[in-house]
Design a binder for this molecule. Structure first.
Ligand code: UT7
Length: 332
C-alpha cells in the first residue's frame, strides 16, 4: 500500500449573527413549525454586508492550521470549494492565500456545490498519494444569505440556506491503512436546471441587464421535490459504492456524515442504508444548509466533541446541484 492521506486538523467558522425561524416569520409567509417539520432547521447564521466566503474560509482555515499544529508557511497547496465566491472571478483560493499571508503556492477552486468538499477531498487525496504535495489546506465556505429573497416569493429557498466555512489540513498518513481509503464521485448533468442559478451568464449578451434583474434569474432555483427524491437515492448509492470498494459493510461504519441539506433527507438516507441514527451526524438545526461547508463544519464539530476515536470508520456523503454526488471512506 502506498502513501495514504490523513486529515490532521479541522476547523470551522460561522458569522456571529444567528437568524432564527422566528426572525424569518417576520419577513415572509412562513412559520417555525413549517421549517422545522420540513427541514429540521431551527436557526442559521448570516453574514453582515462586506463579509465574503473568503473571510469565513480564512477564519476556518486558521482554526484547522492551529488544530494540525503546523505553521501556515508549510502549506504547499490550497483547494477552495464554494458556489458563492467573493467575485465572479478570480475564485476565493487566491484570496484565502493572500489573507493567510502564505507565499505563492498553487490555489485551486472547486465548483461542485454541495458535493464540493468531497470532490475537493478527492483531488487533494490524489496529490498527497502521488507525493506532489505534503500539506494541503482544503477549505469550503459559503455566503448564501446575500443572494436569497427574503419575501414570500423566495421563501422556499430562503429558509433553507445558511452561511459558514469549514477547513481541513491534509498530510501523508504515518500509519498504514489509516486515512482516506477511497473517494467516489458521480454526476448527471441532465439535471442542471433542477437546482441552479441561471444568471449572470455570458450567454446573455450583454451579461448584465435590467431585464435579467427584473426576471430574477440571478436567484437560485430548486425543484425541491425532485432534489429530495434524488438525494435520498444517490447518497446511499455513493456510500454503498465506497463500502463495496473497500470490502466493508454498513455495520463497519462508526460515523456517517451526510451533507446537511435537510434533516428528513439525512434520516431517510440512514434508513435506506440500515445504519442506526445515533451514528449519523446531524447539525442542520443550527446551521441550515451551508452547501460545500456543511460536511467540514459537521466533521469539525464531531471531532471537537471527542466523538471520533482513532481507528473509527468515518463515511462522508453528499448530493447537490449538477446533479453531483459523492462519498469518502476514511479510517481515522
Ligand atoms: O443541498 C442540496 C440541495 N437541497 C436539498 O437537498 C433540498 C431538497 N428538498 C427539500 O428539502 C424539500 O423538498 C423542501 C424542504 C425544499 C420542501 O419540502 P416539501 O415537503 O417537499 O414541500 P413542498 O415543496 O412540497 O411544499 C409544500 C408546501 C407548498 O405549498 P402548496 O403548494 O402545497 O400549497 C409550498 O408553497 O409548502 C409551501 N412552502 C412553504 N410554506 C411555508 C414552501 N416553502 C415554504 C416556507 N414556509 N418557507
Amino acid at each position: 500500500m502506498g502513501i495514504q492521506t490523513k486529515i490532521t486538523g479541522t476547523g470551522h467558522y460561522v458569522p456571529p449573527r444567528v437568524v432564527t425561524n422566528f426572525d424569518l416569520e417576520k419577513l415572509m409567509d412562513t412559520s417555525d413549525e413549517w421549517i422545522r417539520q420540513r427541514s429540521g432547521i431551527q436557526s442559521r447564521h448570516h453574514v453582515e454586508p462586506g463579509t465574503g466566503a473568503s473571510d469565513l474560509a480564512y477564519e476556518a482555515s486558521l482554526k484547522a492550521i492551529n488544530a494540525a499544529g503546523i505553521d501556515k508557511g508549510e502549506i504547499d497547496f490550497i483547494i477552495a470549494a464554494t458556489l458563492s465566491p467573493d467575485h465572479y472571478f478570480p475564485g476565493i483560493g487566491v484570496i484565502v492565500q493572500a489573507k493567510l499571508g502564505i507565499n505563492p503556492t498553487g490555489a485551486l477552486d472547486v465548483r461542485n456545490q454541495c458535493s464540493g468538499f468531497i470532490y475537493a477531498l478527492s483531488v487533494a487525496d490524489q496529490y498527497i498519494r502521488s507525493g506532489m504535495y505534503k500539506k494541503i489546506l482544503l477549505v469550503a465556505a459559503e455566503v448564501q444569505s446575500s443572494n436569497l429573497e427574503f419575501s414570500d416569493d423566495g421563501r422556499d429557498m430562503a429558509v433553507l440556506f445558511g452561511d459558514g466555512g469549514g477547513a481541513v489540513i491534509l498530510e501523508p498518513a504515518e500509519g498504514q491503512g489509516q486515512g482516506i481509503l477511497s473517494t467516489h464521485l458521480f454526476s448527471d448533468g441532465n439535471f442542471v436546471q433542477e437546482l441552479w442559478m441561471d444568471a449572470p451568464s455570458p450567454m446573455d449578451k450583454p451579461t448584465f441587464t435590467h431585464a435579467i434583474i427584473d426576471s430574477k434569474r440571478y436567484l437560485p432555483k430548486m425543484n425541491g421535490r425532485n432534489v429530495f427524491v434524488n438525494a435520498v437515492q444517490r447518497m446511499p448509492e455513493a456510500v454503498w459504492a465506497g463500502l463495496e470498494h473497500n470490502g466493508l459493510s454498513i455495520d463497519d461504519v462508526d460515523h456517517l456524515i451526510p451533507h446537511q441539506a435537510n434533516d428528513r433527507i439525512s434520516l431517510m438516507v440512514a434508513k435506506k442504508l440500515g445504519i442506526p441514527v445515533e451514528k449519523v451526524i446531524r447539525n442542520i438545526d443550527r446551521f441550515g444548509n451551508t452547501t460545500a461547508a456543511s460536511i467540514p463544519i459537521a466533521l469539525d464539530e464531531t471531532l471537537r466533541a471527542g466523538r471520533i476515536k482513532e481507528g473509527d470508520l468515518v463515511v462522508l456523503t453528499a448530493f447537490g446541484s449538477g446533479f453531483t454526488w459523492a462519498s469518502a471512506i476514511i479510517r481515522w
